[in-house]
Each structure stands twice: as structure tokens, then as C-alpha cells.
Design a protein around this ligand. Sequence first.
Ligand code: GLY
Ligand code: MN
Ligand code: MN
Length: 465
Amino acid sequence: MNSPSSHSLYAQRRARLAAQLGAGGIAIVPTAPEYPRNRDTDFLYRHDSYFYYLTGFAEAGACLVITAEGQSTLFCRPKDLEREIWDGYRLGPEAAPGVLGMDAAHSSAVLDAQLPRLLENRQSVWYPHAIHNGLAERVEGWLNAVRARVRYGAQCPAVQQDLCGPLDEMRLIKDAHEQDIMRRASQISAQGHIRAMQRSARMLRAGEDVREYHLDAELLHAFRDGGSQYPAYGSIVAAGANACVLHYRADAAPVRDGELVLIDAGCELDGYASDITRTFPANGRFTGPQRALYDLVLASQVAAVDATRAGARFNDPHDATITVLAQGLLDLGLLDANKVGTVQDVIDKRAYFPFYMHRTSHWLGMDVHDCGSYVEPGETDRTTERKDPLSGETILNRPSRVLQPGMVLTIEPGLYVRAAEGVPAQFHGIGIRIEDDAIVTATGCELITRGVPVDADEIEALMRA
Ligand code: GLY
Ligand code: MN
Ligand code: MN
């Protein structure tokens, strides 16, 4: 949260953004609305990431306005004793300038009246496009109010620009403050995974009926115990063949002796996500086929990690993963070389796709699938076409993003083997993913999630403990 000592960080971000608005520019950044769940209950509130990035302010009902000259005005909920008795403390516009380093602050009740005045005589208005329901219409309304005054000499901004462009580029590179929070979020999440692994083995050793929700409870305990506010996304706790459902959620299925468990879960700490997947034997001992597939996925992750460094492309870790998985699928008999051919054929025909159907990485930051362009901004006109071998569709490719120090991405290869003809029965129902979070450095990457091991022997040792 914000304090007078930390508000300079947010002020610096606002100044950097202001410098990109162009002469006469003005930016409007609302936070997220509250969503009613039913009757007197709202869904758990989560601020808007862009707004928080520029303010460090987590209250609902607020909106930030920044001018190209660097003036910051906050609209926030007014002090209200009755509402504060029911819903809790409000900072209020009187205290906001001192606490948040704003130049001015007003009650959000006057937003609609004030915005036309702030927009008057500006050249361009920036706001995040396609993020907030109804915001474009509200901006139109404010602009119309300005237009109503043009006969009195007022000028109406002629240009509307998407604020996501400059903000996404800023958020893509994580500064030291952000990296520090993300390291701590990762450590908390790692503890959750360790607790879940150990709980599974302990209960099975005691002959107890283990359910997915028992392991989910360990995650939640560790997240809150470590000071995290909530999970960064719906935790996946998938026992046995449930692991082959990519977006499975922690439910009540039995966790059986002899099966694997896939857990994809990470906490959010102070506005930043972590995102870890581990796959482990429920009883603490991999079977032969489980271990063979596990070691293959791990080898593909090692190749992806080796390909992750400043100057490499975003797609390089994915390509490295695919090469290792393709070879392994042939070696283990999941793909038949007599039918699909060589490793290169497997790659060219995307024959691995039934077993590996997602990408290896995404940006990670305030949002678990964080913002930021995946193509290199200076090379968007360097397009190539290729025909997808599976769908037959023509796909337009652009060179993927060149990695830079401070970018944070996940590295998460997997294999998902559904029962099917021609697939060796010993692998049926096995789903494995291994996911770590990496900060790109000049020479490689820092894996910030290795507080929980990935090596199969180390996982077995941990689960014996
Ligand atoms: N937990 C979502 C993902 O791994 O992308
Ligand atoms: Mn992920
Ligand atoms: Mn994940």
C-alpha cells in the first residue's frame, strides 16, 4: 500500500506517462468497479491494474486524471461516516494529495461535472480502450459537454488515443520494486505447493480419504499465512486424469494412491501475481511411466530456460520446448516414427499438438496473463505467411518480442495424454505441467519460483519428509 515515502515511485510513473501524452494530452484512468454478487454482497474487490500501477491506491470508486504537463488529479470516494461504519475506512479527497502525492483530489461525486472542464482546450484524450465497460460512452458524454461550449470559445480534443499502448510498454519492464514483490509472492506460493505435496503423501500414508479440496486448503493457508491478499487466479488442483483438463478447478475428486496431482496455483501479493505449476505423485513415489513423462517435460523446461535471456525472442523458449518434446514423444512411443517421420516432421506437422496444445510462456506481472505486446514493436510490418498444417488456415506471423532485462514471463511446458487408440496404455490419463516464473536478465533468467523443487528425486524426498 501507499505511504508518503513510497508515493514518489507512483509519481515517477505518472511523470513518465505524462511525458508520452504529447502536447495538450490528457489521460483518464479509472479503477475497477465493484460487482454485486447477490443482495448485499459484492464479489471480492480487486482494483484495476493500470490505475494501481499509477497510484498504489486500492480503494474502489476512484479515477485518476493526468495532464501532459504532469498534473495529477484524483477523484475518490468522499469521507462518509455511515458508509465507513459499514464498509471500512476511506482515504477521502482531503487526505489524498498528502498520502498519494497528487496535485489535487476531489470527491468522485463531482467527476461528471469536472471532467468536461479538465478536457476543455486539450488536444487529445487518452484512456484505456476496451477495458472498462461504458467508459468510451462516458468519455463521449464529457466531450459532448465540451462541444456544447465551443460557441463560447472552448476547444474540444480532436483525438482519442488508447492509453494501454504506453502503459503496457511501461508495465512490461518490471522495476526493482516490482521484482522484489514478485520474488516474495513466488516464495509464498512455493510454500503453498510444498504444503500441498506433503499433505497428500501424509494423508495417503495414514490411509485417509484425500480430496482435491484438502490440497487447495493447504495453498490457501500458505497464501494468507504469508501475507498474500488472495490467489492470483482460480487454483487448479487436478487429481489423476483431471490434469488433462487445462482449466480444471480445485474440486472434490479423490486423490488416489498411484496417481499424479497437478497443481497450478499462485498467490497475489500487493497487486502482483505469481504462477506456479507442479505435478507430483499423490503418494510421493513416481511410477515408471509417470517418471518417464515427467523427466521429458522437465528436460523441455530446461531447454526453454536455457533459451531465455535478453536479446532472445519471446518464441525461443517455446521452440526449444517443442524440439525436446517432439524427440521424447517419438522415443517413448507416443508418436510413431513410421507414421509421422522425423523430429522435424513432428514439428512441421505439429504432430505433438494432441499432447501439447498450449504455449510455453506468457508475460507475468500485476495480471497473471500480464499486458505487453508479444511482437517486437519496431518489426510489425515484417510479416510472413504460413499455412497451419492442422487447420489449413493461413496464419500471419510477425517477429516475436525481443526479451529485455526486467521482463517477467512464465516457462510452463506440459504433456497431456488422453486415452486414445495408438497411445500406449501406460500413459493414459497422465497430465503433467511444470511452470516457473522467470525474470529476464542480461545473461539468462532468474527463476524466482524454485522455492519448491522440480527435480523428481527432490520432490520424492520432500514428500517423504
Ligand atoms: N495459471 C494460468 C497459467 O498458467 O497460464
Ligand atoms: Mn501460466
Ligand atoms: Mn499457471
